[in-house]
Design a binder for this molecule. Sequence first.
Ligand code: LMR
Length: 395
Amino acid sequence: MFGSLKALPADPILGLLAKYREDENPQKIDLGVGVYKNEAGHTAILDCVKAAEKYRNDHEDTKVYIGPTGSPVFNDEMSKLIFGHHKVLIENRARTVSTPGGTGALRVAAEFIKSCKAGATIWVSDPTWANHTGLFEAAGLTVKTYPYYDHENKSLDFDGMLAALKEVSSDDAVLLHACCHNPSGMDLSNEQWQQVVEVTKDVGFLPVVDMAYQGFGVGLDEDAYGLRLMAENVKEMIVCSSCSKNFGLYRERIGGCTIIGESPAAVDVAMSVLLYVIRVIYSMPPAHGAALVETILTSDELRAQWHAELKVMRDRINGNRQLLVDKLIENGVTRDFSFITRQMGMFSFLGITPAQVQQLQDEYSIYMVGSSRMSIAGIANQNVDYLAQSIAKVL
Ligand code: LMR
C-alpha cells in the first residue's frame, strides 16, 4: 500500500524551523515560524502561565474525559474575551468549544461548513496563511481567493477585495483575518471593516473570522473591532481563535471555535452537528492549555499580569518594526521599507525575490518564508545590525 506514495516537500513554515535548528552559524536569525521571542531570542513561558500551572498542579484531581466541548469555563471566558459585552452573548446566540489550537478550530469549522453544504466554497485572502488552503481542501471545501495585498504598492488592495466579495455567492463562506493579517501584516481599518460588514450583509455569505493574534496588534478589544461589528450585523458567523500566541501556549494546542446562530434554538442544532464533527475527528480536545487560560482569565491578579505580559510582547514587536527600518537606512539601503512600520502583528513581507530569500538563508543563515514573510518577533537589538547589513548586501 505505501509503495505508491511520493514524498511531499517539507511544510513551507515548519520546514524552516528544522533547518534553522540544524544551522551551526552563531549569527543565525530565525524570522520563520510565527512565535514570539524575547531579546535573547528565547520563547519563554509567561509568568502568568507558570503561576496557573502551579495552581493546576496543586488542584487538579482527575484526568477523566472532558467531553467534546472541552471545559465550559474556558469556553465561557473565551467567548467574553472574543466578543466583550456583546449582544450575541446577551441573546444567547453564540457557542464556543475548545479545540486543539487555532488549526483545530479551523479544521472543525471547515468540516462543519461541509456538513451545511457538501463541496461549499470558501474564499480566502490572496495571500493567506500557508496552511489555510490545504486545511480547507483536506476537509473537502473548494478554496477560491479574493485580492488582498498589493505587493507592488505594499498596501491593501481594498477596492479589489470589496469588488470580489460583492461577487461571492450567498451560500459561500469567506475567511477574514480579525487582526495582524498573516502573512502581510496589512490590516483593515475600522472604516474598511464597516464596508466589509455592509457587503457581507448585502451578499449574505457566511463570514468565518480567524483570530490567531488577539492582543498582538493594538490591544485585546481594538483587535476584535471588526469581528465584533460583524457579529452585531449578521445572523450566522464562525470565529476560530487561538491561545498559541497571546498566551504563549503553542505546544499545548489550545484554541476555540465559536458558532453564532440566528437564534438560541438554531445555534443548539448547529452545535449538535459541530459536536459530531469533533467526535469523529479527535473525540475531545486536550485539557491542559484550556485549564491554564481559564485560571488566568478568572483571576483578577493573573489576568492583570497577563495583560501586562501581552503588552510587553506587543510593544517589542512594534518596536522591532521601526528598529529594522532605521537600521536599513543606517546601512545605506535606499529602497523605501517604511511600509513595515505601518503593518501590524507578527508578520510583514520584506518584498525581496525568492532568490534573495534563499541567498539570505544560504550565505547569512537568516531564515524567512520563501514569499519573504518575516516573523518580526525574531528581530532583536543584538541581531538587527547583522540582519540589516545582510539584507543590504543581497539587495
Ligand atoms: C505561522 O504562520 O508561522 C504560525 O501560525 C505557525 C504555523 O503553524 O504555521
